[in-house]
Design a protein around this ligand. Structure first.
Ligand SMILES: Nc1ncnc2c1ncn2[C@@H]1O[C@H](COP(=O)(O)OP(=O)(O)OP(=O)(O)O)[C@@H](O)[C@H]1O
Ligand SMILES: [Mg+2]
Length: 342
């Protein structure tokens, strides 16, 4: 098989992370942003990554496109996307890979779009960088993309500069740009956080529709558990650089078994929790990533933690097919899980 083939070998997931670790060495002490993350995303599957600020969600996403500053970043483990070894890819191939196999949409499109070119020009440029097509053909495709993401007056809007668009329009334009070279994997890093509530829902619905129509695999980072349940097939919960619980969206919401997931669910203000459930905030702060404890990183904040939790890193426990948690207190955790209404 050619290394440039976009065909995934039989049985291979779209994304396969094995024991991924990412350490930044620029500052005074090394920062262990991601530790021992293993995750598969199947073709056509939507996986949501959730967790508090600083838990390593964006670092994990950026690793999939190898976007970190190479000199100050140490990456361990395996990163495979569409059957390709991302960490071993030569620069030339990486260039082709970004946009054509996997592409990313960000929270703030103003930072990702080039302010001095019209959005249309950026899409045309991206298409022509990856494919041998004429200018007019690329323009036609850009127009079709704008229609696809339902930007009104698409012809006129293609000539607009990013700052001339509203936040919602800009995010649609960013999605069009990300889809320009027909990627198979879309990485969406909090794509709706910067938008107001009604626009958030519209963008979420658009993403879900595009994912289904185009058969995309998606990793979707969000702080909003409600949004994760709405769009994702599976949810992975990150804490201090590790995936602490992972399962189908339904299983994870109905039977959360890691005390951190439970705390996150209980901190939700509305939605599928029992009536009268109090809004709880998670006490304490996440650990210093340059001085991680030997045991479970959540132990410090966990009401169920014992000496064993603090002594060693808990292994992943298989709770059901497709449901795992890194916790030795999952039985006790079951008793404090929130009860769903439906
Ligand atoms: N290039 C870098 N150099 C040093 N540290 C970094 C670098 N990039 C990220 N970090 C650190 O890695 C940790 C994880 O960051 P990351 O951006 O993945 O968090 P996150 O889960 O995406 O949080 P948020 O929800 O706020 O976006 C943070 O402590 C961050 O400061
Ligand atoms: Mg982030």
């Amino acid at each position: 098989m050619s290394t440039h083939s976009n065909v995934i070998p039989d049985g291979e997931p779209m994304v396969r992370l094995r024991d991924l670790s990412v350490t930044f060495s620029g500052g005074r002490k090394p920062v262990h942003a991601v530790s021992g993350v293993s995750l598969d995303v199947r073709r056509g599957e939507v996986v949501a990554l959730i967790g508090e600020s600083g838990s390593g969600k964006s670092v994990t996403m950026r690793t999939l496109l190898r976007l970190h500053p190479e000199r100050r970043t140490r990456i361990g483990g395996q990163v495979q996307v569409a059957g390709r070894d991302v960490l071993a890819m030569p620069q030339r191939e990486l260039f082709d890979f970004r946009g054509k196999v996997a592409s990313m949409i960000f929270q703030e499109p103003l930072l990702a779009l080039d302010p001095v070119y019209s959005v249309g020009a950026q899409i045309v440029e991206s298409i022509r960088r990856h494919e041998t097509v004429s200018e007019s053909e690329a323009r036609q495709r850009a127009l079709a993309l704008f229609e696809r993401v339902r930007i009104p007056s698409p012809e006129r809007r293609l000539a607009a500069y990013p700052h001339e668009m509203s936040g919602g329009m800009r995010q649609r334009a960013m999605i069009a740009l990300a889809l320009a070279c027909k990627p198979q994997l879309l990485l969406a890093d909090e794509p709706t956080t910067a938008l107001d509530a009604t626009v958030q829902i519209q963008i979420l619905l658009l993403l879900r529709e595009l994912q289904r129509d185009l058969g995309l695999s998606v990793i979707f980072v969000t702080h909003d558990i409600g949004a994760a349940v709405e769009v994702a097939d599976r949810i992975a919960v990150m804490y201090a650089g590790r995936i602490v619980e992972e399962g189908t969206a339904r299983e994870l919401i109905r039977s959360p078994r890691h005390p951190y997931t439970i705390a996150l669910l209980k901190s939700r203000a509305h939605g599928a929790l029992a009536r009268g459930a109090r809004l709880e905030t998670i006490g304490g702060a996440p650990p210093d990533l340059s001085a991680l404890p030997p045991g479970c990183a959540f132990a410090e904040r966990c009401a169920l933690a014992n000496d064993m939790c603090r002594a060693a890193q808990p292994a992943a426990v298989e709770l059901a097919p497709n449901h795992r948690a890194r916790c030795i207190r999952t039985d006790a955790a079951a008793a404090i899980a929130p009860v769903l209404v439906a």
